[in-house]
Design a protein around this ligand. Structure first.
Ligand SMILES: [Ca+2]
Ligand SMILES: [Ca+2]
Ligand SMILES: [Ca+2]
Length: 418
């Protein structure tokens, strides 16, 4: 399948790539000519790397934002502009004015396909909490907490989860005038959010309590929908993402899965034990939807019931001591707990009926993008494209990359399906 191609989204560049691609296919198939370089347009050459798609039916994967610090929730506004929550650097300063979690509006005002021009980035909330679990909870992994998932209501208000560690937790309502308002819930870590179909309630994946809950926007009334049990190897389920099936209101929940210690060895991940389940919002009944996943961290469902699943990585590597200096740019490149550049986005068609057996990732997954560096969140835009946040971890920390040492950088990619 398609490897990630990285280039700035610009309409001329996309057209150039497509024309070049068609020309290449035509020449190679019709003329038996020597294989041409895939990108022979100067601009395309500069703006792209990696492998060409496998055919005209392959999805297009573009980097639309780079240089971010732990991008998480993305909301696509009706005008096509983006609101992006960033978890920040993870440096938990004593002075809140130095906190780097934030919420930013990205607007391509000159319509040249990027968000790089003057006035195209407006920071709404600049100093939101940020911390690293390695330092606060000694997890032996490089994991940044802060602003997390983000939803935009039909009335223009935004809902943002913030996990700032130790007591700094909330599901905040933000007005269209950039004001942070009510905190609708402070119950444990709320990794994933989804609106009910009528936008009157918000479903919450609570990773620390292994629960799925719902809060009513009008009065902040709280109800637990269901409680999740242990997974295949006995580890916690850690629900990380939630989506509502627009056809019937079912809830799809991604179980990231928890860490285990087996015979004295710390294992942040048991590959294949992660899953996506389908939950009845009325009675909390749980059915398996996809099994055999690894670190499923978010889900989305489209109007036809197609299920999109984000897996953060395929395994673990290089656990780090809690004394490790994450902010030293001269450290030796290490993965830091999770295997970098092994995340992916996969697609599963709607199940045939209520009795259908669950999908098995190893045989049923259609890979839309892989080799991603620690993706965390997915948003299905009104036009059907998918926005995925990548680059979890301490920004600028040296890590092993696919082509040698590199550094962590937060990005948002867009996947456009054929
Ligand atoms: Ca622009
Ligand atoms: Ca520009
Ligand atoms: Ca989400």
């Amino acid at each position: 399948m398609l490897k990630q191609r990285r280039f700035w989204a610009s309409a001329p560049a996309v057209r150039a790539l497509f024309v070049t691609f068609l020309t290449t296919v035509f020449l190679t198939s019709a003329c038996s000519a020597p294989r041409l370089p895939f990108f022979n347009d100067r601009n395309a050459q500069q703006e792209s790397v990696a492998e060409p798609p496998t055919g005209p039916q392959a999805p297009v994967v573009e980097t639309v934002l780079t240089g971010l610090s732990n991008p998480r929730g993305v909301a696509v506004l009706p005008d096509g502009s983006l609101m992006v929550a960033e978890g920040g650097t993870g440096y938990n300063a004593v002075d809140p004015q130095e906190w780097t979690g934030r919420l930013t509006h990205f607007q391509d005002t000159n319509q040249d396909g990027d968000f790089e021009d003057e006035g195209e980035r407006t920071v709404w909330l600049p100093h939101l909490p940020t911390y690293n679990t390695l330092q606060e909870y000694e997890t032996w992994r490089d994991e940044v907490g802060g602003p997390g998932d983000l939803l935009r209501h039909a009335d223009g208000r935004l809902y943002l989860t913030v996990d700032g560690g130790h007591g700094r937790i909330g599901l905040y309502e933000i007005s269209p005038y950039k004001r942070m308002g009510r905190n609708l819930s402070a119950r444990g870590n709320m990794n994933g959010l989804a609106f009910a179909r009528d936008h009157e309630q918000i479903y919450i994946a609570e990773s620390t309590t292994n629960a799925l809950s719902v809060v009513t926007i009008a009065d902040a009334a709280y109800r637990k929908v269901t409680q999740f049990g242990a997974l295949a190897s006995g580890q916690q389920s850690v629900p990380a993402g939630v989506a509502v099936d627009p056809r019937n209101g079912d809830l799809l929940v991604a179980f990231f899965s928890g860490a285990l210690v087996i015979e004295g060895e710390k294992r942040p991940v048991i590959p294949g034990d992660s899953a996506v389940v389908r939950v009845d919002p009325e009675n909390g009944a749980i059915r398996d939807a996809v099994l055999g996943l690894t670190t499923a961290i978010d889900v989305a469902v489209d109007g036809d019931g197609n299920l999109y699943v984000v897996e953060m990585c395929s395994g673990y590597a290089d656990l780090i001591e809690p004394s490790h200096d994450l902010f030293d740019p001269d450290q030796k490149p290490v993965h830091g707990g999770y295997l970098r550049y092994t995340g992916r986005v996969t697609l599963y068609p709607p199940p045939a009926d209520d009795e259908a057996s669950p999908y098995q990732a190893a045989v049923d997954a259609t890979v839309l993008a892989d080799g991603l560096d620690m993706p965390t969140n997915i948003t299905l835009a009104p036009d059907g494209s998918l926005y995925v946040s990548t680059g979890q971890g301490t920004p600028n920390r040296p890590i092993p990359g696919p082509d040698g040492p590199t550094r962590i950088v937060g990005e948002v990619i867009r996947i456009t399906l054929p």
